[in-house]
Design a protein. Sequence first.
Length: 478
Amino acid sequence: MTTARIDEAAETLIIAGEGQRPASAELIGPRARVDARITGGGKTWKATFPLRASRWGGAELPLPTGDYEIAVADAELDDLSVAAQVLTGVRVAVRGSVARIAAPVDPAYETAEGQSTLEGRYVAHPGATENAVFFESFYGRSVGCNPQAIDRALAAQAPDVVRYWSVVDLSVAVPEGAVAVVEGSPEWWRARAASRLLIVNDWLRRRFARKPGQRVLQTWHGTPLKRLALHRPGFDPRRMAAVVKESRRWDVLLAQNTYSERILRKAYAFFGRPIWVEGYPRNDALVTGDAASIRAALGIEQGERVLLYAPTWRDDRTEMVDFVDPEELARQTDAVVLVRGHSRTIDTGRDRAGARVIDVTGYPETSQLLLAADALITDYSSVMFDFSVTGKPMYFLVPDLDHYRGQLRGFYFDLASRAPGPLVGSQKELVDALADPEHEKTFGARYMAWRAQFNSRDDGHAAERVVARILDQGYVTR
């Protein structure tokens, strides 16, 4: 007989059974896995699974939300059952061989009635009552991008400002001194109402009610190659109405360069309000960061060649594209291959695995990965406009170019004629391009022109300039 229980004090899941001690026991989730501590033997045994884990060398944090396979060698687990329990860091339930990990929010608040009650409190809140900033990056799935860089600069220049971070669960580490608020919780709704400034890099979701004196800084998350918002192919009145409704919530928009300024203003009908062209705060790290320490945290040995594969998401699929066999690419190029799925694919699929392959889809900071890489392999992702700050080579794997450009999204300019690296259609062509000794000579002039247009303000001080503007405007006070 095998049983399961939760140790609330220790935040562990305990599976116990009779008979010979199992050789192994794991919790295996989409973006994390943990080994159990196995004790006993002979007549009975016990496998204790920690519900916290250290990822990327950081502090131990609660496991990311998701369904985890309970894998205990030679044990029958079909009859296991534990009702949902809310712990400090997670909510856990067990059914059969699956442990369901969720954010530590009381289930009563997740019902339609519960959320309606919280929304009502939010709407009734007088608002902007705290000298605080509410940050959100990629819908709370990570703490990174431009909001994270602004957080660091704000903490240095105005340390008395309270900094709330919206997170989907407590596996998302927040910056030192910041306060994590789990999306949908009472604390999240209150912080969102009370903060004088909201800094986000994507659309504001759920119900949003602007409070008197409250401001929204939309940092956005990339210089666009692909058409956005009102510029997307096809006439869709509902989409157009949603775009206009959303952009009217923003008080200020941040742009990496004047090219983006022109496009974002029109694509989001952002007229009559300021756009700050200050470079991208997230790219400061590409000028000031330390690549060696990042490589060490990833377990990459000194002298290794590192290739970063970072494709964008596709409107017609939920999972990351599979145009690369990362283990084969590592073998063909004698390199370590980092695989970085888009933020919209974090919740789908599982991490890629293989010899000399590191899946970094869940890694908090894209800029650190760009700094650690020797070369970038991408497609239509805006990461191309960030990586060029480093001056390192780029390669564009685009087997679906005609479909993506012609049917899915469309482009603002002809990538083939201006890309600062080769466009290839297969992994074989990619491997050949990576070995081309004439790469720098072939693309040097294009690369210089690209950087002149897109990276002129990416000088390592963008976050400082943005925070100076925030303080000068009185959005928060020192």
